[in-house]
Design a protein around this ligand. Structure first.
Ligand code: NDP
Length: 494
């Protein structure tokens, strides 16, 4: 299928009305979501009350108590595999919905969906491979160490990769035998509700094991975090929100997994393949208009190649085509909301005051951008290390540039923020890649690549970027408790 063939073709209604979506437990007046490129209404979704949240949590416990879900890995694998098939059949529909409700380009949306399907398939396999171990501990004494589901998990997810970041939590949580209540971001509720509805309609998924509640984080999300019926919070979002969630969850000592913000360095050494590094720098900084937690939002360039590299990068970024994500020629879409655009423009003003705007810096307000939230891709140079454009997550298309003389300085700059989510290294020197890769405090180090994710490989944050890991073996283990059954066949106790 050509890109043109799927644009708008999958859309069957002027907007989605999910006031009655079976997976959704919501009885309050509906809210609306809008296309950030055009301002058009995308979806009308019923909002959940506190009583609805409690109903979802109670239903999840009832399902765990009364069905074989937590003990039947083959059943879980079958249900997840069928979900993967259904998601693959509906890629065109979801690509358009993601672009419409979130704003990223339709190519980026397809990438988000394909990555998510990989997560479902990988975790479907793991559902049948969650082994414990047996240990001979003494004469007549044996230990059996089991992995058991935690119980009822609340997955609270953000708007930037709503499809993927919800599925990345839901798939391993279900594969491990838990029940899940999902609270999507209020800017992107339709994407999540529709994707989970596909799973919910599977005849073998027990009623209550999966549900969605919609509404503001401060009320609906907070209720989940405080609920005595929730055993674990899997939170993906802003670092400050995550710290608050962890603090509140501490009152009931809930297990938490936190996937938070970043300010990732993308380090280019003089010995790098510069053509590849240039393409990587654009991808790192401007994918999803910079609204990605792993954005390589700090370009850290060796001084000896700085001028040549920046000239070439500036030319590439100036030529980027900004527009509506459904247009196949678009390379960068809008910001998700007026509020996010204002936040980013405020940071650009700080960049203008602290340094030099090398490229962009403009709010795009005239036709064809007038009804959306567009900003030109922006590069800021000559910034002091203390500038907030260097130290804080912006979550928009703003690339801050730093320079270094030698490897030690590159590492110091890379580690110079409170975050530690991801890092790019561009070098042809294998020994250097090992040294720097080991020295940078970050959950992911991409060497001569950027933004490549695999279901098999863990992601997560050092420092203020998070607690715990998602994806891979460690990702599913986050959703388990370890239990030791100790058997003693000796005739006497002591
Ligand atoms: P937020 O932290 O604002 O929101 C995330 C989710 O938490 C939303 O569903 C939100 O609901 C909810 N929420 C807000 N307040 C509370 C609360 N008090 N209690 C419970 N839930 C609450 O993040 P954004 O949606 O703005 O997403 C952007 C952030 O996410 C960035 O910082 C980004 O770096 C980070 N992120 C991290 C990733 C990672 O893997 N490390 C991946 C992607 C994003 P509502 O929408 O209703 O406010």
């Amino acid at each position: 299928m050509t890109p043109d063939a799927y644009v708008r073709s999958a859309w069957t209604a002027p907007h989605i009305d999910s006031t009655t979506a079976p997976v959704l437990i919501a009885s309050a007046a509906p809210m609306e979501s809008f296309d950030p490129a055009t301002g058009e209404l995308v979806a009308t979704i019923a909002v959940s009350t506190i009583a609805d949240v409690d109903r979802a949590v109670d239903g999840a416990h009832e399902a765990l108590r009364t069905t074989s879900w937590r003990n039947n890995g083959a059943l879980r694998a079958r249900v997840l595999n069928r979900w993967a098939v259904r998601l693959r059949e509906t890629i065109d529909y979801f690509a358009e919905l993601i672009t419409r409700e979130q704003g990223k380009t339709v190519g980026e949306a397809r990438g988000e969906i394909l990555g998510s399907i990989g997560q479902v398939e990988y975790n479907a396999g793991l559902a049948r491979a969650l082994y414990g171990r047996a240990i001979a501990l003494n004469e007549g004494v044996h230990g059996v160490v089991l992995r058991e589901p935690v119980g009822v998990v609340a997955a609270i997810t953000p708007w930037n990769y709503p499809f993927n970041l919800t599925i990345r939590a839901v798939a391993p949580a279900l594969a491990a035998g838990n029940a899940v209540v999902v609270k999507p971001a209020s800017l992107t509720p339709a994407i999540v509700t529709k994707a989970l509805d596909l799973l919910h309609e599977d005849p073998d998924l027990p009623q209550g094991i999966l549900s969605v509640v919609v509404g503001p984080g401060g009320t609906v999300g907070d209720r989940l975090v405080r609920s005595d019926g929730i055993d674990m919070i899997a939170f993906t979002g802003d670092s400050t929100t995550g710290i608050g969630v962890m603090r509140t969850a501490a009152d009931s000592l809930k297990k938490v997994s936190l996937e938070l913000g970043g300010k990732s360095p993308n380090i280019v050494f003089a010995d790098a393949d510069l053509d590849k590094a240039l393409a990587g720098a654009v991808n790192a900084a401007f994918t999803a208009a910079g609204q990605i937690c792993t954005a390589g939002s700090r370009l850290v360039v060796e001084r000896s190649i700085h001028d040549e590299f920046m000239d070439r990068l500036a030319a590439k970024v100036r030529a980027m085509r900004v527009g509506e994500g459904l247009d196949p020629a678009t390379e960068m879409g809008p910001l998700v909301s007026a509020g996010q655009k204002k936040t980013v423009m405020d940071y650009i003003a700080i960049g203008r005051a602290d340094g030099t705007i090398l490229v962009g810096g403009d709010s795009l307000d005239d036709a064809p951008y007038a009804n959306g939230h567009f900003i030109a891709p922006t590069i800021v140079t000559d910034l002091p290390d203390t500038s907030r454009v260097i130290t804080e997550e912006i979550f928009g298309p703003v690339l801050a540039v730093q320079t270094f003389e030698d490897e030690d300085e590159a590492v110091a700059i890379a580690n110079g923020t409170q975050f530690g989510l991801a890092c790019g290294l561009w070098t042809t020197n294998l020994n250097r890649a090992w040294r720097v890769g080991r020295a940078v405090e970050s959950g992911t180090i991409w060497i001569n690549t950027y933004h490549h994710f695999y279901g098999e490989a863990e992601v997560g944050g050092f420092k203020r970027s998070g607690v715990g890991r998602q994806q891979g073996i460690e990702g599913i283990l986050e959703f388990t408790e370890t239990k030791h059954l100790n058997f003693d066949s000796n005739p006497n106790l002591w």
